[in-house]
Design a protein around this ligand. Structure first.
Ligand code: GTP
Ligand code: SPV
Ligand code: MN
Length: 623
């Protein structure tokens, strides 16, 4: 170890921690920890390896420090984030852009020198009187072509505990990196804490991504989406690395759909936050690989996908025995679970949509809560926050796919794009080909905003491949990478578009929550060429007979022709309006590939000719 780091480190690390850090013979790492100490001025530093002892110590500290509180069930804890720190803060999340670099004007950014000075000023002395934790993890399975080594520095035992549950351990792998290997660095401090242990200075919350250095700073926040480095902070760095290296880093679930005769066909799907990734990956009868982040690589002419994570930080709202029996069971059994921002009474958690009556008093993210309580702005406070979540390991799930940790990944049969769309797209359709799917489904994705990000809900928003919040390269470049990805594949995955959120004129959802399992079964059969489809101007849809048969076989329901007509009618005015909005977006994007506008124009032509022939709303039976 270089002497300039050794002096700083020896001053704050005990012999055990020092030995662990020294064993990772890496100058850049030693420099990172030493400079974080100089900046944040912790009282002490604990370096962790992959041992159970260090993992247990973090769990214990999280409770000791009051960041988590034990609940009645063994292994369960509750963590509260501050009242105004309940979701990802898009406005405070910015890329640090060096003077010579030109990042897309659509991405939130700040000049690197200015941003660094600001965030470093907030981190200055931020860990005084506290212990700094240094932990190592791996994005993707360890020892695989997908693996990315990471180091997280934080003063929050909750953040470290969450990462223990959500990611594969990475200390041993770090040893194999050598002095020149690439790794991602994350530095977080919860900042000054209020009496209830929540970040006090959320007005000074900053999440700054130093793209030039593969490093992310996060301060004055605790909500995991803003603090857990390996989650969305790493996705922004991974998108750049993928761009350099020719693969894709995506906001996608991965699941195995079980077809006839024990056949398993894997799908990956991108839906914006709180729009159904976990719900789809957990569909009864199928097996889960991952629910939020996937890396995709072309290997031997096929697309191989891995789950970046090994746990779930999932939305708890509406998790109940009927809709999501597997997770509901985990949340009601002893074992390691962190609940966040739910209502607690007598050591028992309660949440919206759990399928049971919720008490009218208890402790929640606003403190002591009783029904009808309002906040400073007069808004009624719900018993649990709409973005309240749970943290579990995938290994706790009965439906874990047997290849969930396969270092070679799973080979994808299909890709799915979908959003919260109340009035335009049909529940399921298949694109005509890869480019048509990438452009009219992925790159044309719109969704109504949700409680997963701060700000207004229900606003229809463009969200490129569900990845726009995390995009760290120009939009046109990302689209081109997606288009090119199929080049040279022997079997490109089929591309599908789903819409779980279509509503009737009275505002009622047209589909039940489990209907998605039928769309999955249909997609599985399409991948193997075993069902026919009907061509519409926007894609190919199932026949009524096939859906009727699949609903009866898998959900034991009698799917009616009326429901089919209502759900699968081509809504031409709404589809044309969507094309207008998307074209306006791409006219404003620099260097949009020509094929994007051409493909949208061709879709418009098909819609217009059908409109001329058959009117605004065309039943699938009339095609
Ligand atoms: P992130 O973890 O934020 O990335 O989100 P996610 O995409 O994993 O979202 P999730 O699957 O947890 O979905 C969240 C919300 O969507 C829940 O409130 C569900 O009730 C709702 N939801 C999921 N599937 C359906 C559906 O088929 N119909 C309706 N109406 N709501 C659904
Ligand atoms: C999302 O918001 O997309 C999530 C939760 O999956 S987090 O990114 O951790 O906020
Ligand atoms: Mn997500």
């Amino acid at each position: 170890m270089k002497s300039q780091y050794e002096a700083v480190l020896k001053d704050k690390l005990d012999a055990d921690s020092f030995a662990k850090l020294a064993a990772l013979n890496n100058d850049k790492l030693h420099a990172f920890v030493a400079s974080a100490i100089e900046l944040c001025e912790p009282e002490s530093v604990k370096v962790c390896d992959d041992s159970d002892a260090d993992r247990d110590d973090i769990r214990r500290r999280s409770v000791e420090l009051g960041e988590e509180t034990s609940l009645a069930a063994e292994g369960h804890t509750i963590h509260f984030d501050g009242y105004n720190d309940q979701a990802r803060d898009k406005a405070a999340t910015k890329y640090l852009v060096p003077a010579e670099m030109d990042l897309d004007k659509k991405l939130n950014q700040v000049a690197r020198d200015d941003g660094l000075a600001e965030v470093r000023s907030f981190l200055g002395g931020a860990m005084a009187g506290r212990q700094m934790l240094v932990r190592f993890y791996c994005l993707g399975p360890t020892d695989s072509a997908f693996s990315i080594s990471c180091v997280q520095i934080t003063d929050s035992a909750y953040v470290a505990h969450s990462e223990d549950m959500l990611y594969r351990s990475g200390y041993e792998q770090f040893k194999t990196l050598g002095d020149s290997g690439e790794f991602f660095r994350f530095l977080h401090s919860a900042g000054r804490l209020a009496d209830n242990n929540t970040s006090a200075d959320v007005d000074k919350r900053r999440i700054y991504i130093d793209i030039a250095e593969d490093m992310v700073y996060s301060v004055n926040t605790q909500y995991a989406g803003n603090t857990v480095g390996l989650k969305k902070l790493s996705l922004r760095l991974a998108i750049r690395k993928a761009d350099r290296e020719g693969w894709l880093a995506e906001h996608m679930f991965v699941l195995g759909v079980h077809g006839p005769a024990d056949r398993v066909t894997y799908f990956a799907g991108a839906f914006p936050s709180a729009c159904g990734k976990t719900s789809t990956a957990m569909v009864p009868g199928e097996t889960i690989v991952g629910d939020d982040l996937a890396y995709l690589r072309a290997v031997d002419g096929r697309v191989a996908a891995v789950n970046v994570e090994s746990g779930i930080f999932g939305i708890i709202r509406d998790v109940n025995a009927k809709d999501d029996p597997v997770i509901f069971d985990v949340l009601n059994s002893p074992g390691e679970v962190i609940f966040s921002n739910v209502l607690v009474t007598g050591g028992v958690p309660h949440w919206l949509g759990m399928g049971e009556d919720i008490p009218d008093a208890g402790l929640n993210h606003s403190g002591d809560w009783t029904a009808g309580k309002t906040d400073a702005k007069g808004a009624e406070i719900t018993p649990s926050h709409k973005n309240a979540r749970y943290t579990i390991r995938i290994s706790a799930l009965a439906n874990r796919d047997e290849r969930a940790d396969d270092p070679t990944g799973v080979s994808l049969g299909g890709l799915i794009y979908g959003g919260r769309d109340s009035d335009t797209c049909v529940p399921i359709q298949q694109s005509f080909d890869w480019a048509h799917g990438m452009i009219t489904m992925g790159a044309s994705l719109e969704s109504e905003t949700t409680a997963a990000t701060l700000g207004a809900e229900g606003v229809r928003t463009f969200n490129l491949m569900s990845n726009l919040d995390f995009l760290a390269i120009p939009l046109s470049r990302y689209i081109q990478n997606n288009l090119n990805f199929a080049d040279g594949l022997k079997a490109a995955p089929l591309v599908f578009g789903t819409n779980y959120f279509l509503k009737d004129a009275a505002g009622q959802f047209l589909n039940g929550k489990l209907d998605k399992s039928i769309w999955l079964k249909w997609m599985e059969l399409r991948v193997h060429g075993e069902v026919e489809a009907i061509e519409t101007p926007t894609g190919s849809i199932p026949t009524f007979d096939d859906l009727h048969r699949l609903f009866a076989a898998h959900l034991k329901t009698d799917y009616s022709q009326d429901a089919y007509i209502q759900q699968f009618t081509t809504r031409i005015p709404e589809n044309l309006a969507k094309l207008d909005r998307i074209e306006a977006v791409y006219r404003d994007v620099a260097d949009t590939p020509a094929v994007v506008l051409d493909t949208l124009a061709a879709q418009r032509d098909r819609l217009k000719s059908l409109q001329q022939a058959k009117g605004d709303y065309v039943s699938p039976l009339a095609l």
